[in-house]
Design a protein around this ligand. Structure first.
Ligand code: PMP
Length: 368
């Protein structure tokens, strides 16, 4: 069966191999007589699924042992509350804003902490990631929060800041929801990272948190127990019933990622290389055209989410209709930004980007 190419920003396209395997195992996982959804989270079958998923995630992202990996629920917006509940100590927190998701995190943190804006590109329409040399960090902040890939504005932080060299002692917290597992992470610069699963990992709801063990024992008293990092870590993510099916699909995705090969590289290195190739191809085409444009500064362009505009916006409807007819789905931009957006996560093959570019070229030819 040939499926259309799905450019949704999330929930997003999954690797076909993962969906096929999940379908094949739906009624009977590995001869257990049960589907994964029907298993106790404390039974040996599910525990083995969970342990494999956690160890593959650690291996893929090269996460050092001093970090705990938590499989939680609540998504990115849940973490906007859960992070300050666990890490702010009710004090000041610095935010660097480069798009809507950082802005949402900032607003939510005000319920539990005293958020400050260290830098923002809002006045420039969130078209770049503020250079660390421009940040004004507060000496007493409990942490510094960044969204390292702004899904709506298509702005990515390509090098994590070294807060120590900037004179800050605060840990760095990153929302890496929309580029998790698309590239490597320099964990020496990170205190905690969180990601909703619905872009590069699996079903919405499952949320991954990677947090330094040294930071997890300072939750506010009002922090709900099921969201308390220390309690969740102490119970190996089984403090409450975890999102078992989501963890299973995530595990299949991790295995798929480990199997990827590109130019002699494997796993995460392979997917990072492929993501560079895919995004460069699309940006180069957009830059070479006078019919379309992407407004993001070249140094901050996201490899995952590529917003673009038709210079003549009266053609938007026709563009989307034609795209759908060609099997190119969900290209409409976020309502707050308008235009189009191509989300090209790990599961989008190079071929999908090539077919999109063919369509862009043909539409331009037919309408100029
Ligand atoms: N952060 C980022 C970077 C996101 O892209 C999203 C969702 N698109 C969120 C947070 C919010 O995630 P959720 O809807 O799962 O709460």
């Amino acid at each position: 069966m040939t499926r259309p190419y799905n450019f949704s920003a999330g929930p997003a396209a999954m690797p076909e191999e993962v969906l096929e395997l999940a379908a094949a195992e739906m009624l009977d996982w590995h001869g257990s007589g049960m589907g994964v959804m029907e298993m106790s989270h404390r039974g040996s079958e599910f525990i083995s699924i969970y342990e494999q998923a956690a160890s593959d995630f650690r291996e893929l992202l090269n996460i050092p042992q001093e970090f705990k990996i938590l499989f939680m629920q609540g998504g990115g917006l849940g973490e906007n509350a859960i992070v300050p509940l666990n890490l702010s100590k009710g004090g000041c927190v610095d935010f660097v804003l480069s798009g809507s998701w950082g802005q949402k995190s900032y607003k939510e943190a005000a319920k539990y902490a005293k958020p400050l804006i260290a830098a923002s590109s809002e006045e420039a329409g969130f078209t770049f990631f503020p250079n660390p040399s421009t940040w004004s960090l507060n000496d007493s902040s409990s942490y510094v929060h960044l969204c390292t890939n702004e899904t709506i504005h298509g702005v990515e932080c390509h090098t994590l800041p070294d807060l120590r060299s900037m004179g800050s002692k605060a840990p760095l917290v990153i929302d890496f929801s929309s580029h998790v597992l698309s590239r490597s992470v320099d964990w020496s610069r990170v205190g905690a990272a969180f990601a909703g699963a619905q872009k590069n990992i699996g079903p919405a709801g499952l949320t991954l948190v990677v947090v330094r063990e040294a930071l997890i024992d300072q939750a506010l008293d009002i922090c709900p127990s099921a969201f308390n990092y220390k309690l969740v870590a102490g119970a190996d993510s089984m403090y409450n019933t975890p999102p078992t099916y989501g963890i299973y699909i995530a595990g299949l995705t991790f295995q798929w990622l480990k199997r990827q090969v590109e130019n002699g590289k494997t796993g995460l290195e392979a997917i990072e290389l492929r993501n560079k190739t895919k995004s460069e191809l699309l940006y180069n085409f957009l830059d070479s055209s006078s019919f379309y444009e992407n407004k993001v500064d070249h140094l901050s362009r996201s490899r995952m989410n590529i917003p673009f505009f038709l210079k003549d916006e009266s053609r938007n409807e026709a563009f989307l209709k034609g795209a759908k007819e060609q099997g190119l789905l969900q290209l409409k931009g976020h309502k707050s930004v308008g235009g189009m957006r191509a989300s090209i996560y790990n599961a989008m093959p190079l071929k999908g980007v090539q077919v999109l570019i063919e369509y862009l070229r043909e539409f331009e030819r037919a309408h100029s």
